[in-house]
Design a protein around this ligand. Structure first.
Ligand code: ADP
Ligand code: MG
Length: 367
């Protein structure tokens, strides 16, 4: 096939987080893997002097004079992800060249599989156009775009996973040191995401609220810079002084960090029942202490746990809808997909999308 001159296609994957939820912005531990669902951007140079972006999924095109990117302001629109990244690139000292970006993504938007980070990272690669800033700076740049321009006070997990993903493995990220170790799961299990197909409006404001509640809890430990460093014993000693809500949030974060470490050990020992138990404990903590689950997610988890071959199930991503992540015995995957879809459909009248997640490599140029 002939490739048009100067056209490059960049890809950046979504991710599914196995365990370590709402811990990244508390400088804790997370265990995501990049997945086969990805954002692709075909980038071609333009002589128009403008940056133009088209999204296949949004069926929408927008354009801006390339030289005026620094003065653009947020529009609360999908284009904020593109412009936010462009501004951060300019801020690093790299002028954005006039070009046309054709965006097409298989990551479902707003489902907790991080379509936003996939879009940011693919956009950054396309706009940098081969100018290298290093992988960690790439992830950080995209995180800054989401925090500063989109207005979402997110941690580093999603962008980091999209950049550093490994085929055949998950990555354990230390969100303080921002380095990671590659974690291979035991053979014979599959990662299956099940999409509730709902996104409750509460989600966006609740995320910022949770960030603030964690800070409120941390304020009771002046010698500490993050909840990462507060032990459970310290939390218990200080408990009488801490209001109920921040206390429950901090309990989740501290114990969730323990669960990530315990999951790592269980995985190394191929202890499937411990892995499953930790998944369920994580979900219950998100449901009752962190309060970011919802009826649809709880239903999917509760049902999954009654299906043969399911090792563990929990909500994944920010919550209030989106996906569950399930660890399923390879031999039972087909039956699991059929059974969970049928039960969800008969309870809510919605056909859930089910994704078999193959760990995939991080973002780059598609050859
Ligand atoms: P998640 O990252 O879990 O999918 P977010 O709410 O963080 O959910 O990001 C979803 C937003 O990202 C969408 O509302 C949209 O603005 C933007 N987005 C994602 N995919 C695309 C796409 N293919 N084209 C345009 N915008 C997209
Ligand atoms: Mg997102």
């Amino acid at each position: 096939m002939a490739v048009a001159q100067g056209v490059k296609t960049w890809r950046a994957p979504g991710r599914v987080n196995l365990i370590g939820e709402h811990t990244d912005y508390n400088q804790g531990f997370v265990l995501p893997c990049a997945i086969g669902l990805e954002c692709r951007i075909e980038a071609r140079p333009s002589s128009s002097g403008r940056l133009e972006a088209h999204s296949r999924e949004m069926r929408d095109t927008a354009e801006w004079p390339a030289g005026q990117i620094p003065s653009l302001t947020p529009q609360r629109h999908w284009t904020d992800y593109v412009v936010g990244v462009a501004k951060e690139i300019v801020a690093l000292g790299f002028p954005v060249r006039p070009m046309r970006l054709d965006i097409a993504s298989t990551v479902p938007a707003g489902s907790g599989l991080s379509s936003s980070a996939a879009l940011e990272v693919a956009t950054a690669l396309a706009l940098l156009d081969g100018r290298s800033i290093g992988k960690l700076e790439l992830a950080r740049l995209c995180q800054r775009a989401e925090r500063n321009f989109v207005g979402m006070p997110c941690g580093i997990m999603d962008q980091y996973a999209s950049v550093f993903g490994e085929s055949h493995a998950a990555i354990l990220i230390d969100c303080r040191s921002t380095d990671h170790q590659v974690v291979r799961l035991p053979d014979g299990i599959e990662i299956v995401a099940v999409n509730t197909m709902v996104k409750h409006e509460l989600g966006k404001s609740a995320y910022g609220q949770r960030v603030a509640e964690c800070q409120a809890a941390l304020a009771h430990f002046p010698a500490r810079t993050s909840l990462r460093d507060v032990t459970f014993e310290e939390l218990e000693r200080a408990a009488p002084e801490i209001p109920e809500t921040p206390l429950a949030r901090a309990k989740h974060v501290i114990l969730e960090n323990h669960r990530v470490q315990a999951f790592l050990r269980a995985s190394e020992n191929a202890d499937l029942s411990a892995m499953g138990r930790l998944f369920v404990e994580s979900h219950r903590s998100l449901q009752h202490d962190y309060e970011v689950s919802c009826e649809e997610l709880d239903f999917l988890v509760d049902q999954a746990l009654t299906i043969d071959g399911v090792i563990g199930a929990r909500m994944t991503g920010g919550g209030f809808g989106g996906c569950t992540v399930n660890l399923v015995d390879s031999k039972s995957v087909d039956e699991f997909q059929r059974a969970i879809a049928e039960r969800y459909q008969s309870r809510f009248g919605i056909q859930p999308a089910v994704y078999l997640c193959q760990p995939s490599s991080g973002a780059g140029l598609l050859d």
